[in-house]
Structure formats: C-alpha cells, structure tokens
Design a protein around this ligand. Sequence first.
Ligand code: GAR
Length: 201
Amino acid sequence: MPARLVVLVSGTGSTLQALLDAAADPSYGAVVVAVGADRGGCGGLRRAEAAGVPTFVCRVHDHDERAAWDRALADRCAEFRPDLVVSAGFMKLAGPAFLDRFGGRFVNSHPALLPAFPGMYGPRDALSHGVKVSGCTLFLVDAGVDTGPIIAQRPVDVIDDDDEHSLHERIKVVEREMLVATVGRMLREGYRVSGRKVTIP
Ligand code: GAR
C-alpha cells in the first residue's frame, strides 16, 4: 500500500505540484490523499483540484479562538489518515493539538538554511544579512518557529544582483527536489529521530 500524504498549503503550490507529479509514479511509494489550506482560492488548492485530490479549507477567522482552529485543522487532517503531513508553503503555525496528533510525522520546508533566518521572510532576511550562501531546510515541526530537528538541507549560492524574488525562486527549484526526494525516502525506507538527529537508514 502506498503511504498517505496530506499536504498543507497557503500559496501558489509549486512544491505541492512537485509532490503530485512524483506521486503519480507508483514507484514513489506515496499518494497525496488530501490538500488543506488556511485560505480559499489559493493556487495550491487549484492544483489539487486539477489533480483530482480532495481539498479542505480551515480558516483561523472561522473559529472563536486559535486553539479551536488548531483542533479543527488536526481533525480535518486526521479524516484522511495520513502517514505524514507536509507543510508546503503553509504560512500558519500549528499549535499544541495539531502537534499532539501529528508530532514526529509533520514536516515543513523552509527557504533558508536553518537555524539561520527562520520565520516568514527567509530569503529577504538572508539577503539583508549579506550571506553568500543560503538554501533550504526540511525539518520535523516542533512547538517553535522553524526550530525542529533537521531532516535535509541544500545550499544555494547568493548572486550579487539577487533580490528577494530571484533568490527565493532559485531556492524553490532546489527545495522542490529536496522535499520530493527526502519525503519519498522517509516513507519508503522509514526514519529515526534521536534527540535532534534524524536519520533515514
Ligand atoms: C516555499 O519556498 C516554502 O519554503 C515557503 O513558501 C514557499 C512556498 O512556495 N515557506 C515558508 O517560507 C514557510 N516559512 P509554493 O507555494 O510555490 O510551494
């Protein structure tokens, strides 16, 4: 049986698309069983619909408090019985209820080499700091902001006339490859977490 992935998105969904494309090949070993978003009408939802994948929207402002949204998000994901939940450009922090349910099998991809430049603006912050190399990081989500155990990283050179957009787009090319390759290996081969160290045998 292929492993089951739920993917969470907020934006254009190019990372989701890379996963959908990879999962179309049975040898990938995983299928995207649902795509969830924190807002309606985003490109990621349209890509899921085009691929015939069920979608759901769970908006913070439809709930009385953040904790209720967090529980609802966990419930919606759980309906699809995922082996792994992938945050692919999902611009919300999951809270305790979500992590209770999916901790250890919730991964996020970030467009910087963590622990440098966490948060919403990884490429912008890296450029402002003047780094010569940035990149991307896949990690297991914990209760902090981009602080969880690192699973994979890839470097990307910064070039002199980069702006935030050009750097982010070059990172995203590498990031898609990293995410697809690493998630596939995690699901096919399994993975171990020992403290902060994640190993895929
Ligand atoms: C990706 O670069 C992802 O790392 C980033 O949003 C982009 C999503 O692109 N996420 C964050 O910055 C989260 N802190 P996409 O919508 O084209 O997949």
